[in-house]
Design a protein around this ligand. Sequence first.
Ligand code: ZN
Ligand code: FE
Ligand code: FE
Ligand code: ZN
Length: 275
Amino acid sequence: MIYQPVPDYHMHTPRCHHASGTVREYADAAIALGMKEIGMSDHSPMPKGYMDDWRMAPSEMHSYLTEVEQVRDALSPRLAVRVGLEADFRLGSEAGMARMIELYNWDYIIGSVHYIGDWDFDNPAKLSHWDEVGVEEVYCAYFDLVAQSAKTGLFDIIGHPDLIKKFGHRPPEGSQRVLQAEEVMLQAVKKSGCALEISSAGLRKPVGEIYPHPSMVSRAAELGIPFAYGSDAHGPDAVGHGMDECLSLLESCGVTEVCSFEGRVRSKQPILHAK
Ligand code: ZN
Ligand code: FE
Ligand code: FE
Ligand code: ZN
């Protein structure tokens, strides 16, 4: 490790049907890496009518919270375990999401856009839909939704802010429309007070890049938007994955701190080189 470990706030459990491992196994993996803090953030249930097969059911929320709380209580103070959620932003479901968020005293909520309309564009099973759409339009629609997600005020962290690139589809080089949509999105994030996630998950996907792109990290840093790190681990082996690469990208853009959350109150931790 080049850096002292920072909190990893993006981890899933098997309740979402595409992750493996117990919360304790994620926590043990973090301890083995010398981490002092993690947060679980499994895929939120969605209000009726929006269900797909890659999230926990409303009836699983209780067991999710109980499992995370038990590990948190067992490992405190050796490892701080935060209780979070990766909530989907879909137009029309904001009120239902707000009600669900109100049900519990979360440490933080990640707001993620995985859908454009009815298309979950990051689902490998829906990859063929890319052949039917214009990449430039899709990028603009995606960043517009991310901007709207920030404006809801429901979220503390904007998850993987350029997830749209996951499979390597790219808009035309220098597309002014896309650049403008990104800028509008970052301005909305700035105004909302949300943090942006810096996620190593893209390194493990066809795109082979950190989310977000260095140009977006750099512009966000210029705007003074804070960052939180997440591996988006769907198994204990991915905890802390790519942390050095992410922190080194932040540092190269002049970012000196990352966020930490407790009871939805944000604090900052310095990015420090390992001794
Ligand atoms: Zn997932
Ligand atoms: Fe996600
Ligand atoms: Fe995730
Ligand atoms: Zn995710």
